[in-house]
Design a protein around this ligand. Sequence first.
Ligand SMILES: [Zn+2]
Length: 272
Amino acid sequence: MKEVILNCPSGHGEMKIKRKLNHIKFRGVDISYTVDCYVCQTCSLEAGTLGQTAETQKAIADAYRKKVGLLTSTELVDYRKKHKLTQEDLANRMNVGIASIKRWEGSIIQSRSMDKMLRFTLSGGICGDPCAGNRPFSIPRIKIVMKQLEMELKRKVLKKGDKMLFASKYAWYIDMVAFRETGQSMTGATYAALPYGPQLNNYKELVDEIIGADENEAERLTDEEKRIIRKVAVKFPRSQHVYDAAHRELIWKEKTKGAMIPYTDASRLTEI
Ligand SMILES: [Zn+2]
């Protein structure tokens, strides 16, 4: 920020810039934030500038984000740069406008579901496209894939509060087979090799996000994709089938705990 000389209106001369700690209640949360402000050394008069107003807004937004566990603007910029993504790359991967990325990297607070999307996209970026299957990650798409699967199985797979122990295996097979047969996953999800099998990244709070997602935001399933979902449903009619099969897959067994399973391993699936 360009420094501007500000003189005390009482004629005490040039005011000095000081870091100041403020405490406020914002959206019902007590937060503290620091800002630079001009202070007169003689009469202690405090004043700000236009630039500082924007800075204050961002400081408040970031203090709040930190307090409630959302990515701060600085973290977002840092993670994005760490993964060598431009704002446009990130926007494309998330299917949002670049203006949204700019706002979140500034003083506009992202929603919790968008925060999750950001984390997902940025964590998928660690191992690049092989882990996302050449498709932007989409929670609404997981929803329509799972609904199609439920229709084929004639039973519910996704339940509120579910840890997705079985649903994840179905999603994994569907995504992997889709990649193997079409060169593209269906959901863009990344999967980790966890002790109980391949699991969707950040699965713990995911199920409620999926259930609450707007299906209209998802790209429709193609006939080819519906055929793949049917194939998985026919092969694994019961949840125990898909669970046991996933545990026999070498591409899961050979991974160290928590490692990503890249889609390029799909050619080595043995159970389907
Ligand atoms: Zn003064």
